[in-house]
Design a binder for this molecule. Structure first.
Ligand code: SF4
Length: 354
């Protein structure tokens, strides 16, 4: 085990990427990078990390920022509950911990949005606690090295893989070691066609020895992808205002803004906009003019596919704003509101600057 750890650290010293969050032991910046990089590739996450650090260089500036501004900065990254949890955690750190991050993984896990992985990353990298960070890259590398067949998306996997990682990590600096495991999986022990014949672990890797590298890591079959269909109504007044809607339901787009919408009934062969329940609720059923054909979009997320049609309509009278989540705003101010990627795609296609 010790030799495996030495080989890994030696490889890391020669091959690691220079990344801004590796050049710091500031728990705030490490936390920010870990939250941004969940579900996001390093190349995409880098720009967001730099934007956040520039706008909010520390926990105090993040806590003082308006929520809409934070969501706007987050726009395009997806999984918006990460931004919401980040703001909640920042408030708790300020109020309960005097603005200082808790120093152990167990304490960090009590904060919103910080699970085992992120807690271990902050505790080991910023505070040197001996807890291994086990992300998808580490699962892949360990499962191949030691022929570990427990499905990595099963409840049992985390403990088993963390124990294995701890065993190799013993006697090495925890923060650097965790980063080395993740980096080796990200750069070398990659999902498809890893360079096994030149690998530093060639004589030690059990999957390579048995010729079963591609079969690892083992995963349980994925949950079924849900299909959803919506009609969106892009409603504009003659004096340059647009009707938007703040999403308040607990879903992936909570706290973002979109257009008022209604569920698309796939069993109906055609849709007559005159019969729209939504336009009726806004008291607009006889007071609009449709601008062109509806635009159609297919938007894929991890566990769902959204089929969307956007109707762009002009109205001559004010809509009835029957709930407070409906807002009539100046079109020129639209760019200030954080929107889901689907809405952003539509607005870009319509040449509406956001
Ligand atoms: S030999 Fe191949 S599978 Fe094994 S650790 Fe190296 S790159 Fe990964």
């Amino acid at each position: 085990m010790e030799e495996t750890g030495n080989i890994l650290l030696n490889w890391y010293g020669k091959n690691k990427r220079v990344l801004p969050w590796r050049e710091t032991s500031d728990p705030y910046k490490i936390w920010l990078s870990e939250i941004i990089l969940q579900q996001t590739r390093v190349n995409q996450g880098m720009a967001y990390y730099l934007k956040f650090v520039n706008n909010y260089p520390d926990i105090k500036t993040l806590v003082s920022a308006p929520a809409d501004e934070v969501f706007k900065l987050w726009q395009g990254l997806g999984y918006y509950n990460r931004a919401e949890n980040m703001m909640k955690a920042a408030q708790i750190i300020m109020s309960d911990y005097g603005g200082e991050f808790p120093r152990t993984a167990n304490e960090l896990k009590r904060l919103p949005g910080i699970g085992n992985y992120t807690a271990a990353a902050i505790a080991s990298i910023a505070f040197g606690e001996s807890v291994p960070v086990v992300d998808g890259n580490v699962y892949r590398w360990l499962s191949r090295m030691f022929l570990m067949g427990t499905p990595i998306n099963s409840a049992a996997a985390r403990k088993e893989f963390a124990a294995k990682a701890s065993g190799i990590m013993a006697g090495h600096p925890p923060g650097i070691f965790s980063q080395a495991m993740m980096e080796f999986g990200a750069l070398y022990c990659v999902p498809e066609s890893p360079g096994c014949s030149r690998c530093v672990f060639k004589g030690r890797c059990q999957a390579y020895e048995k010729g079963v590298v591609e079969a690892y890591p083992v995963k349980k079959p994925k949950t079924e992808v849900k299909k959803l269909s919506y009609y969106y109504f892009h409603i504009e007044t003659t004096d340059g205002k647009v009707l938007i809607h703040k999403r308040e339901r607990t879903d992936i787009w909570k706290n973002l803004y979109d257009f008022p919408s209604e569920v698309f009934d796939a069993s109906q062969p055609s849709f007559s906009i005159e019969k729209s329940k939504l336009l009726k609720s806004l008291k607009l059923e006889n007071a609009f003019e449709l601008t062109g054909e509806p635009s159609r979009y297919v938007h894929r997320l991890t566990h769902r596919i959204i089929y969307a049609r956007f109707f762009r309509i002009k109205i001559k009278k004010s809509p009835f704003l029957w709930k407070k989540s409906l807002l009539l705003v100046d079109q020129k101010d639209l760019k200030k509101y954080p929107v889901p990627r689907l809405i952003e795609r539509y607005l870009q296609d319509e040449n509406i600057l956001i």
